[in-house]
Design a binder for this molecule. Structure first.
Ligand code: HDE
Length: 698
């Protein structure tokens, strides 16, 4: 290769065809093949003459292309789109009274953790703000082995028996003939299936609520869903349901906002988590345990083995036993987040399964799926999946085996004795199951105790604020309006009178249904008197401060510097962050001639990306904004999405242009002096100006 050295930067040469060659130097390692052979030229394949045919002997080209051709592994059949991070679980108190699980014995003990959040229905490249359940899968690398709590952000599920899972997933994903819609339940197959599955109605209320469009992974709850058991050292069993409670309180977006976020930043959730961890604002959840005994289970209105039911926190409060902190992003997305393999089977001494038929089926599925995705039985050797405690067994060989046992012995019992004989079972510390007494005929049958399909759907609905109920209704109307077959719409709406007759009317009207509802007789008469539960509402479980949230500040040349600085300090003092949105990403010259750096160009940073906004143009600067459609959308969307808006007097013409000047309310706060910033930030703690909704959405 004849090359010519380029002046700048150093170690860069230019080849005969003008191509750039960046070469190794004293501090730059030499590029090699996978076999370690140094590569002399990574820009050109090996040919017979510069314009001639490629040679078969080009091992570098062959190896590079071969590896690239095999870069993809099958994406997860569900939960394909996900984002993971490392952290730890810190235990508050000893739980020896209820469990012998090692990680819960010593207050203050930290157990390493890996968490992967996900959407369910969409493909790997789908957008983050799809209306969907979020996966909340936690792997705890305990000293007794790995324990996976593979949960969701919704405490109940669509179906009661695992045998319906393939049908559910087929129905929700893209329709098989056309391969759309992507990451959306708003299509015939999904609602057809659901309309024939009354057991789904409780989950449907959750999925149509704002729970399915969280503002951030950091502001959503996680749930183990199923009833599990905890076992103490005496083998005594206590039933348990797992909850993760976000430190920053609950928050969701509004559907119209979700639709726009998906266009403006399809990576909205992963970027949010990444940024929070990178800036040291570590996301945190408390682990809450709902603990109950057999007596409670027997007296409870529903079956604790039915995953379409929850136990309200008024009935069984959550005991907060520790915190989960995420403090490290992955080094490599594929190696960790894509290859992490969660299995409901990964359980530790002191925890045990219940007979929930959904959970029992999951124990079948997860191992299979990992073998398919990760190519063989040795996926446990991948660092993110390997336990961090010692592990020894005689399992060996298979694809990609990396930790085959050493020595001559690979079986037991054996007579080699001592260490040479290899590992042996331990009756003292080995995993022990709860000694449940089981008796019965072998049947393919659903328990009668699972037959109430509507009571908790109703309880969820009446536990929501008026605004939240409105969102559920709007979501149902939106989704069912996308269903082409009128019979499916009718069949679905016909279930709703069992939940709430007014809701049914509202949906029927919203869909323009002409046919009379054919209300199906319930398998079991719904209970009329379940009380609302405050814990089920997002609005009633918001944050106490504006910490962890983000303000978008629209500026122009001439923006008042002291006002801007006052606002910045007030936001940062609250523990929130800000982004400056300017006519160009190069920033603006403020009133005092100083530069205000920008993170976004107008249009690139629409107001849907922020929890609140400030509109701070100068009197001259606002003139250009009047001609900018994105600037107009910035304020009209912020208003329509019920956000708190801080503004300076010069913003008025923009508000007029955006058609909101006459409607400004107490959620719109004028900034006359730097001290006004504090009033604005305090107002922002409420997150939304909910009573604006009837104007904004009219
Ligand atoms: Fe899953 N689920 N699931 N699931 N699930 C998977 O395993 C399955 C269910 C959940 O971030 C798959 O590794 C069956 C409930 C999460 O990697 C698969 C049934 C809950 C994740 C599978 C359920 C979940 C999965 C696909 C019904 C909440 C993502 C890829 C019996 C409690 C984990 C994979 C991650 C992933 C099967 C129902 C949560 C196919 C058969 C209920 C968070 O094995």
């Amino acid at each position: 290769m004849k090359t010519k050295k380029l002046q700048d930067p150093e170690n860069v040469l230019r080849g005969k065809g003008g191509e750039i060659h960046q070469t190794a130097g004293p501090e730059v390692p030499i590029l090699t093949t996978q076999q370690g052979t140094p590569v002399s030229d990574d820009q050109n394949s090996f040919k017979v003459g510069p314009r001639g045919p490629a040679t078969l002997e080009d091992f570098h080209l062959r190896e590079k292309m071969f590896h690239f051709d095999h870069e993809r592994i099958p994406e997860r059949v569900v939960h394909a789109r996900g984002f993971g991070a490392h952290g730890y679980f810190e235990n508050y108190e000893t739980l020896a009274d209820v469990t012998s699980a090692d990680l819960f014995q010593r207050p203050g003990e930290k157990t390493p953790a890996f968490v992967r959040f996900s959407t369910v229905a969409g493909n790997k490249g789908s957008a983050d703000l799809a209306r969907d359940v979020r996966g909340f899968a936690v792997k705890l690398y305990t000293q007794q082995g790995n324990w996976d709590i593979v949960g969701n952000n919704i405490p109940v599920f669509f179906i009661q028996d695992a045998i319906k899972f393939p049908d559910l997933v087929h129905a929700v994903k893209q329709e098989p003939d056309r391969d759309f819609p992507q990451a959306a339940t708003a299509h015939d197959n999904f609602w057809d299936f659901i309309s024939l599955m009354p057991e789904s109605m409780h989950m449907i209320m959750w999925v149509m609520s704002d729970r399915a469009i969280p503002r951030s992974f950091r502001f959503m709850e996680g749930f183990g869903v199923h009833t599990y058991r905890l076992l103490n050292a005496d083998g005594k069993s206590t039933f348990v349901k797992f909850h993760w409670k976000p430190k920053f309180g609950l928050q969701s977006v509004i559907w119209n906002e979700a639709v726009k976020i998906n266009g403006a930043d399809p990576d909205f959730h992963r970027r949010d988590l990444w940024n929070a961890i990178q800036t040291g604002d570590y996301p945190e959840w408390e682990l809450g345990l709902q603990l109950f005994d057999d007596k409670f289970a027997d007296e409870f209105e529903f079956d604790v083995l039915d995953a379409t039911k929850l136990i309200t926190e008024e009935q069984v409060p959550t005991r907060r036993v520790g915190r989960l902190v995420l403090d490290r992003c992955v080094d490599n997305f594929f190696a960790e987040t894509e290859q992490v393999a969660f299995c409901t089977n990964n359980i530790i001494q002191g925890v045990d399964f219940s007979n929930d038929p959904l959970l029992q089926g999951r124990k079948f599925s997860y191992l299979d799926t990992q073998v398919k995705r990760l190519g063989g039985p040795n996926f446990t050797h991948i660092p993110v999946n390997a336990p961090k405690c010692p592990f020894h067994n005689f399992q060996q060989d298979g694809h990609m085996a990396m930790v085959n046992p050493k020595g001559r012995v690979n079986y037991e019992p054996n007579s080699w004795g001592g260490a040479a004989g290899g590992p042996r079972e331990s009756h003292e510390t080995g995993f022990q199951s709860f000694l449940a007494k089981e008796k019965g005929r072998k049947v393919r049958e659903r328990s009668e105790s699972f037959a109430d399909h509507y009571s908790q759907a109703r309880q969820f609905y009446i536990s929501q604020t008026k605004v939240e109920q409105g969102h559920i209704a709007e979501a149902l109307i939106f989704e069912l309006s996308k269903v082409e077959k009128p019979a499916i719409r009718l069949r679905l709406v016909s279930h709703l009178p069992h939940i709430d007759p007014k809701l049914a009317d509202r949906i029927a009207k919203g869909l323009g249904l002409r046919d009379k509802l054919e209300v199906p007789p319930p398998a079991k008469q719904p209970l009329p008197d379940l009380k609302p539960s405050k814990a089920l509402s997002i609005a009633l479980n918001g944050p106490k401060s504006f910490a962890g949230r983000k303000v978008g500040i629209l500026v122009t040349d001439g923006t008042d510097r002291p006002l801007f600085d006052g606002l910045k300090s007030a936001i940062e003092a609250e523990g929130a962050t800000l982004e400056v949105v300017a006519p160009t990403v190069g920033g603006v010259l403020a009133s005092d001639g100083s530069i205000i750096e920008a993170q976004q160009k107008i249009g690139g940073g629409p107001s849907v990306l922020y929890d609140a906004v400030a509109v701070m143009p100068s009197a001259d600067g606002v003139q250009a904004l009047l001609k900018n459609a994105a600037a107009k959308d910035f304020v009209s969307d912020a208003f329509a999405h019920l956000k708190f808006i801080a503004y300076v007097g010069a913003a008025q013409p923009l508000f007029e242009k955006a058609g909101i000047a006459a409607d400004l309310d107490e959620g719109c706060l004028i900034l006359n002096a730097p001290k006004d910033a504090q009033t604005f930030v305090i107002a922002c703690r409420k997150l939304r100006r909910w009573d604006r909704e009837h104007i904004a959405m009219a």
